[in-house]
Each structure stands twice: as C-alpha cells, then as structure tokens.
Design a protein around this ligand. Structure first.
Ligand code: HEC
Length: 184
C-alpha cells in the first residue's frame, strides 16, 4: 500500500510541475515562473519590425528599432491594444552619416549595438512582489556584453517616468509604429 501511495504522490507532483510549466509557457516563452525576462533570441528574424526612431544626440543617439511578435501585430490591428504576453523589443544602435546617391548627410544604423529594452504585457499582475513588473508590463534592459542579464532592477526608477507621457496608449509610444496599422 505504501509504495503505491508514494507512486501516486510522485505522479501528482510530476503533473503539477507539467501544469506549472505549461502555464508559464502559455503566457510567454520569454518569461520564467519567477518573472525573469529573457531577451528573445534572433528577434530580427523571429519578430516583426514595428518602426524606428532616430535620436540625434546624447547617450541614446542613433536608431531605435522596435519589434514584436507577428501574432501581437495581428491582435493589435484587430483590437487596438497589445495582447497579454506580447513582447516588445527595442534595439539601440549607433548611426553613421555620409553622402549617398539619395543626398548629403544620410544616416544609417552602424554595427554598434548599444542596448536592448524589453517590455512584456501582463494583464493579470502575475508578479506582484517582483520590482520589474507593474503597470501592466514586465520591464528589462540588456547590454551586448551580458545579453543574459537584465540590468534593470526596479521599473519604477529605471523605466516608468520616461514612459508616463505615453500613458494614454498603455505606456507604449505606439503612434510611431506603422506596422500596427494595416496598409490599405
Ligand atoms: C530617458 C527616458 C527613458 C527611459 C529611462 C526608458 N525609456 Fe523606454 N522609451 C522612451 C522613449 C521616449 C521611447 C520611444 C522613443 C525613443 O525610443 O526614443 C521608448 C521606447 C521604448 C520601447 C519601445 C516600445 C515603446 O514603448 O514605444 C521599449 C520596449 C522600452 N522603451 C522599454 C523601456 C524599458 C524596459 C525601460 C527601463 C529599463 C525604459 N524603456 C526606460 C524613453 C525611456
């Protein structure tokens, strides 16, 4: 009787583990069960380019290229908002300027990657005690010399203030992303 009981207990534990993993993966393949966010691998081909910014000067100068999942674009086009689990990646690259056949002083992204910012939509407040989650999003920052390490420690100090001007559009500067609008 005892062996059977422990076999049942092991099965229950195994099932619980499978269910917990499945719940995490249903939400986002870039987030583990503790709320740690990973930079999506090879996002330039696995995701869709939403749009770009050009910042003329300062530490963030250069091109800011923004990406999300194709399914998140389709959801946004249908519903006017990002779905639960949507991932936004912003890559910052330096800029080089030169004369081209299109004109003088033309800017192009350089090979220098400065950093990556990531936001993951969370409609359920899944990680209330994690300081990198809140206001409907998970927040992360990576640099090329440590792309596995989220350098943000507290989204309220590291991110939120600068995103408040976009509060009316869920803290995302979405007006600059033409991909979110279908081309007729
Ligand atoms: C100095 C102000 C500032 C800080 C700090 C900041 N952001 Fe942003 N962020 C912006 C602005 C402005 C944009 C859009 C324009 C641009 O990129 O220049 C933006 C765009 C983004 C985007 C693209 C999607 C969108 O919202 O339009 C992501 C993703 C992002 N930020 C994540 C973060 C995360 C995560 C942090 C904290 C680790 C952070 N940001 C900190 C100002 C900031």
């Amino acid at each position: 009787m005892a062996p059977r009981k422990s076999a049942t207990a092991a099965l229950v534990l195994a099932l619980a583990g499978v269910l917990a993993t499945a719940a995490g993966e249903d939400f986002s393949s870039n987030v583990d069960s503790s709320g740690n966010i990973a930079l999506p691998r090879d996002f330039r081909t696995s995701m869709v380019h939403l749009g770009s910014w050009f910042v003329p000067e300062g530490g963030a100068s250069g091109f800011h290229d923004v990406y999300t999942e194709r399914a998140s674009v389709e959801f946004y086009r249908a519903n006017g908002r990002f779905p639960d689990g949507a991932t936004l990646v912003k890559e910052l690259r330096g800029a080089d300027s030169a004369d081209y056949t299109t004109g003088a002083g033309v800017s192009a992204a350089s090979e220098q990657i400065k950093q990556w910012f990531v936001m993951v939509k969370d409609q359920q407040g899944r990680f209330p005690r994690n300081p990198l989650w809140g206001d409907g999003w998970g927040w992360a920052l990576y640099k090329p010399d440590a792309p596995d390490q989220n350098l943000a420690t507290d989204y309220k100090a590291d991110c939120l203030g600068c995103h408040l001007p976009a509060r009316a559009t869920d803290l995302v500067y979405s007006h600059a992303y033409p991909t979110l609008t279908a081309v007729e």
